[in-house]
Write a protein that binds this ligand. Structure first.
Ligand code: PGA
Length: 620
């Protein structure tokens, strides 16, 4: 039935890892069958976070099951302009580190587009040669794709024609923003790149577009359900007869069959689904919940809800009350109150709230006002910064600190000596050498800077340094973005901090994040530790990171924020100056947007809200 909405075949998997195993198995089958025929296989490869689980599985198949890449030829989708091949963010280096170095592929069989050249003609010639080389190899058998939040496949940004071939392109602002943490700031992200065209991609025999995490859900829906459009070039896959979207549940979450299943099929109405449907009808008719009438239900396809003996008035009131009951100024439970309909239980009082933050600043951004409230209401609050977060700290901050230390040393030596090797990095940091940011000394210095800023920021929210725990999990410091490998050590440290702190109220994030991101990885770590910890679902809350706003019907607890508290939070966030791509205004704007969404449903209008979802331990 969902075919009515979905114009591309879509497979949804509970976990990205499971989806990746399936795609890797198809690639392995292709390689094997080609080998049996005495031929080689041709793969079109992608970079970014998304394909990494597939590459890790292919490496495993090579190591453990003898899969050989000796007869495989690869063509990558794209490459940034102007980066040396060994630049940490070049896709050439990415492919070496994530796949080629770990399998038996012949270096001469790997191809990455390259449009270096002194003139436009020379660049165009190189692009044409790339197309030619693909044709000479017999065309691409399986093409892997990610999807950018701009809707791009490869770097085919909005406006790319369906017939486009390999060429030099200008990167979209959203694409550059998404790469800004990798490049130490928006201004460092290359402005142009070379990419296979949409037309090149459409010529592949089989196409898998992969997407993980809620951040991709909206653009995935547009590509799959809306009309083909140059504004979202992934939508051109609708005309390919062997293209498939392979998604995790979070990335599939906005598809009609998942978000509004009653439009697609007859469903069993749970109270939650009813709440969702009625808020959808309210949005669609632009009426607050309490003003919906029978006709609104019918016209929104919800006639069966009122046909079952209920009338719209009683449904409206029940739904309105459900929403009303999510709103609480007592995120740790209200002492002595009847808590039957409150999100968080009253007992025990006070509570020990443990707030996990993937990178130290995350929890302050997403739930700073709630942290302040928990503290004001007498709870013991511990903020556990799971990783050092040093990859988020600007090079310039490290440079500034070294220069300060050098100046102090010159004026006061010998008492003020700093380690002499720190001074060695001044030149490379000043020149913006991307490798300098990966140096362990610089990363350590950045951890120290971020820690100082988080201590300062938390103090603005009433949280003293003694309530902060900086865990510095090893997976983070032994890799950089997209290169993290979790070990038993990470698991043990998380389990032991949980045991040591023994909380009866827990907040964490990352349940719908890209599983390769620090937030996705730390969610898995904490979730695993929680399953064997004696705490009930009643007391475990998830908050959202960045572009993962909750829709009203997904919210189990909404903590209202007054204008004064929102200013307090703004002040706390301003103290996080060293963080590379922290967009404070956006974070504060999201708090306001969610309050407006409640207002539109006909609930009381607050200045802002921080919102949470209950984590069902049984689902972990
Ligand atoms: P990502 O990028 O895999 O890092 O999310 C996907 C893309 O931009 O195509």
């Amino acid at each position: 039935m969902h075919d009515r909405y979905e114009k591309i075949p879509v497979q949804v998997y509970p976990e990205a890892s499971e989806a990746a195993r399936r795609v890797a198995a198809e690639i392995a089958d292709l390689i094997q069958s080609r080998e049996d025929e005495g031929r080689g296989a041709v793969l079109g490869l992608a970079t970014g976070s998304t394909p990494i689980p597939v590459y890790r599985e292919l490496i495993r198949l090579h190591r453990e099951e003898g899969l050989s890449f000796a007869n495989v030829t690869t063509f990558n989708l794209d490459e940034y302009s102007g980066l040396d091949a060994d630049h940490p963010e070049s896709y050439t280096r990415f492919m070496q580190e994530q796949l080629f170095d770990h399998v038996d592929i012949k270096p001469s069989h790997t191809n990455i587009p390259n449009a270096t050249g002194s003139s436009t003609e020379e660049k165009e010639r190189r692009c044409a040669e790339y197309e030619q080389k693909i044709r000479e190899a017999g065309g691409i058998d399986i093409q892997l794709l990610g999807i950018g939040r701009s809707g791009h496949i490869g770097f085919n940004e909005p406006g790319s024609p369906v017939t486009s071939s390999t060429r030099v392109v200008t990167l979209d602002r959203i694409t550059r923003l998404d790469a800004s943490a990798d490049f130490q700031g928006f201004h460092n992200v290359p402005r142009t790149a070379v990419t296979m065209g949409v037309g090149t991609i459409l010529e592949a025999d089989k196409v898998f577009l992969l997407a993980w995490g809620k951040g991709k859900a909206d653009v995935v829906r547009i590509a799959v359900e809306e009309k083909e459009t140059e504004a979202v070039t992934a939508s051109f896959l609708q005309r390919h007869d062997n293209a498939e979207f392979v998604l995790d549940e979070a990335a599939a979450g906005d598809l009609t069959r998942i978000r509004y299943p009653w439009l697609v099929d007859s469903i069993v109405w749970t109270p939650r689904m009813q709440q969702r449907a009625i808020s959808w009808a309210s949005g669609k008719t632009e009426k607050p919940i309490l003003k919906l009438v029978d006709d609104d239900y019918n016209e929104s396809g919800l006639g069966e809800l009122i046909a079952e003996g209920e009338n719209s008035y009683s449904l409206n009131i029940a739904t309105f009350n459900d929403y009303q009951n999510t709103v609480t100024g007592w995120p740790g439970g209200k002492p002595g109150a009847n808590d039957e309909t409150r999100p968080e239980k009253s007992d025990p009082q006070p509570k020990h709230a443990v707030i996990f933050s993937a990178e130290p600043q995350d929890a302050l951004v997403s739930m700073g006002a709630t942290i302040n409230r928990l503290k004001e209401q007498g709870h013991l609050v511990t903020l556990v910064a799971l990783t050092s977060g040093n990859l988020r700290v600007r090079d310039q901050e490290a440079l500034k600190l070294i220069r300060c230390l050098q100046t102090v040393e010159q004026s006061k030596s010998p008492e003020w000596q700093i380690p002499p090797h720190l001074g060695e990095h001044v030149g490379s940091l000043a020149e913006g050498d991307a490798e300098a940011a990966l140096n362990p000394d610089i990363r350590h210095l950045k951890s120290v800077i971020l820690r100082a800023e988080v201590v300062d920021s938390a103090s603005a929210l009433g949280i003293s340094e003694s309530s902060l725990k900086f865990l510095g999990l090893p997976f983070y410091d032994s890799g950089r973005f997209r290169q993290f490998h979790v070990t038993e050590d990470d698991h043990e440290q998380v389990a032991s901090v949980l045991e040591e702190l023994n909380p009866n109220l827990v907040f964490l994030a990352g349940s719908v994040a890209d599983p390769m991101s620090p937030q996705g990885i730390t969610f898995q770590l904490v979730a695993k530790a929680i399953t064997s910890f004696p705490i009930t679902t009643d007391h475990i809350w998830t908050y959202r990171h960045r572009e993962e706003m909750l829709k009203p019907y997904e919210i189990d607890m909404a903590v209202p924020i007054s204008p004064v508290q929102h200013e307090l939070k703004a002040n706390a966030l301003q103290r996080l100056r060293a963080v590379v791509d922290l967009r404070n205004d956006e974070a504060l704007g999201e708090d306001r947007a969610v309050a407006r969404a409640y207002d539109k449903l006909g609930l009381a209008e607050y200045e802002a809200m921080e919102v949470f979802q209950r984590l069902e331990v049984a689902e972990l």
